[in-house]
Design a protein around this ligand. Structure first.
Ligand SMILES: [Cu+2]
Length: 138
């Protein structure tokens, strides 16, 4: 799984697969994806791992670029999605959305400052998005 770090630049044009753990406890609090932020190239894949029990990965309506395919994993389902459209994607865990279990994926050269958080996103999730963006800016 730590394969991605050492890959030579000759392979950068190939699609890569990034793994995200779904956890009861992450480095910054309970109910979290790890990592909380991913930067991908268009066409790369993300695989969500059921590292803890009881989580899922679902795209957030209104937090994806135009033309992006929405997706909805089931609880404990290790779904793999391909993100082709450049932009910022918000991902949520349905059972823990109100507790702020969300993550961000940047596809392509899109600044996080362009993140648009819809008004109907729960307060704790909004907070988490801001924390992720703030940590990323450091
Ligand atoms: Cu969860």
């Amino acid at each position: 799984m730590p394969l991605l770090l050492g890959i030579s630049h000759a392979h950068l044009t190939q699609a890569e697969t990034f793994e995200v753990k779904m956890l009861n406890r992450g480095p910054h609090g309970a109910m979290a994806y790890e990592p909380e932020l991913l930067k991908l190239s268009p066409g790369d894949k993300v695989k969500f791992l059921a590292s803890s029990n009881g989580h899922d990965a679902v795209s957030i309506a209104g937090m994806a670029p135009a033309g992006a395919q929405p997706f909805k994993g089931k609880i404990n389902e290790e779904i793999e999605v391909t993100l082709t459209e450049p932009g910022i994607y918000g991902i949520k865990c349905l059972p823990h959305y109100a507790m702020g279990m969300v993550m961000l994926i940047q596809v392509g050269e899109v600044p996080l400052s362009g993140m648009n958080v819809p008004a109907d996103v729960p307060e704790r999730a909004k907070q988490r998005f801001l924390e992720i963006a703030t940590r990323a800016a450091k």
